[in-house]
Design a protein around this ligand. Structure first.
Ligand SMILES: NC(=O)c1ccc[n+]([C@@H]2O[C@H](COP(=O)([O-])OP(=O)(O)OC[C@H]3O[C@@H](n4cnc5c(N)ncnc54)[C@H](O)[C@@H]3O)[C@@H](O)[C@H]2O)c1
Length: 367
């Protein structure tokens, strides 16, 4: 049971996402032996885990250096990246040295950005320590920082040598963070893998237990969904005709991003995406593309793990404005990933404004 699970991500430089207790032991192999320097980029939340990584690398004969960056989103700035570059310069980092990101998605995004820019790219390995980072941020090779122009507008594609997910590190994660990460897991269930939905429906309490077998299976399944989508559409360029491509991962995110923006990012990402998925389901139902039962199932599954499924009335104008500013809108047309059934994603572009308003009314619970 405790043997690690390996999920391959294909591409120019294929790598594995490895899931299971003790998988960090693979780090020295991933990084290659020798007199290599390793910058272990981390933040205050997962510092204890990063310290263990440093000790393990040292024991394996590598030369680790801890680089602590500000916690959470505050790490994703050009200034913080610049501080890291200065440190790498001071340490005499060469092309054969490596960066390891230990933390949530914000830390792994920044670590990836630093690794991809230093000497135009050095080796990177990721040890995600939040559920969201394990199933989403650390898988797929995207790195990013935020700028005055907006979130995640500056970044690069830089595939890691490997991603090591040890679920025992989730024991110290605040419960709200774990629940937020589950929204992306449930998303993978709706767009691609119905077994995820069944697992949550049958074992809702176990789904939020970091040490149980249910969460592990959920993580494995969600990682497989993301890995398959990313492998098929590596650079987010296009989808084969009739297929949705990497954009499928955006399910629930059109309204979700708008809610985050309107709320000034006080709402957690997963919570906003949860409401966004209910919205997308209502929209598809009203457009005659999704059956009422599957739309209702969104609320039921998300409710079971404590994710929000309602949003108050009175904010439509602000949300509508924020949605059209979303970088994923094309031209004037709003684009939504919708479902025509579980695991049957499609695109709805430029929906009738009455449907948009109708789906919003349904969110308040009034409809
Ligand atoms: N690159 C991508 O493809 C991609 C995809 C999705 C999201 N993201 C990015 O991921 C970020 C969100 O990631 P997140 O939700 O992991 O948030 P986060 O990185 O901000 O971490 C959340 C909090 O949890 C703490 N923490 C992390 N691990 C911990 C642990 N094991 N124990 C205790 N505390 C711990 C952190 O210190 C932080 O305060 C956003 O910046 C988003 O843009 C990137």
């Amino acid at each position: 049971v405790n043997a690690p699970t390996r999920v391959r991500v294909e591409g120019d430089t294929p790598y594995d996402v490895v899931i299971g207790p003790g998988v960090r032991g693979e780090l020295p192999v991933l990084l290659g032996s020798g007199e290599r320097k390793v910058a272990v980029v981390t933040s205050a939340g997962p510092r204890r885990i990063a310290q263990q990584v440093v000790d393990e690398l040292m024991a394996a004969g590598l030369q680790p250096h801890l680089l602590e960056v500000p916690d959470g989103e505050a790490a994703k700035t050009v200034d913080v990246a610049s501080g890291c570059w200065a440190e790498l310069g001071r340490l005499g980092f060469t092309r054969s040295d490596a960066v390891v990101g230990v933390g949530g998605g914000a830390t792994t995004d920044l670590a990836g950005f630093v690794a991809s820019t230093w000497l135009r790219g050095v080796a990177l390995a990721l040890v995600p320590t939040t559920l969201l980072a394990m199933v989403d941020a650390a898988v797929g090779g995207k790195t990013a920082v935020n700028t005055a122009a907006g979130k995640n507008l500056v970044g690069s594609f830089h595939e890691p040598a490997g991603v090591l997910c040890d679920l025992t590190v989730l024991a110290s994660l605040p419960a709200e963070e774990l629940v937020s990460g589950l929204a992306e897991v449930v998303k993978c269930g709706f767009v691609a893998d119905p077994v995820i939905l069944e697992l949550v429906e049958r074992h809702p309490a176990d789904a939020v237990q970091p040490t149980g077998s249910v969460l592990r299976e959920l993580v494995e399944r969600a990682v497989r969904v993301k890995a398959e989508v990313v492998s098929a559409d590596l650079r987010e360029v296009s989808a084969a005709p009739g297929r949705v491509g990497r954009e499928v991962l955006n399910y629930g995110h059109t309204l979700g991003h708008a809610i985050e923006r309107v709320e000034g990012y006080r709402l957690r990402h997963g919570h906003a995406v949860s409401i966004g998925m209910v919205y997308a389901a209502e929209l598809a139902r009203l457009a005659g593309r999704l059956d009422a039962e599957t739309a209702r199932r969104h609320r039921l599954v998300l409710d079971l793990v404590g994710l929000p499924t309602r949003y108050p009335t009175g904010h439509w104008e602000a949300l509508r404005g924020a949605m059209s500013r979303d970088k994923k809108a094309r031209g004037d047309q709003l684009r939504f990933v919708v479902l025509e059934g579980v695991a049957r994603p499609a695109i709805l572009s430029g929906p009738d404004p009455r449907l948009l308003v109708g789906a919003y009314a349904a969110l308040s619970g009034a409809a």
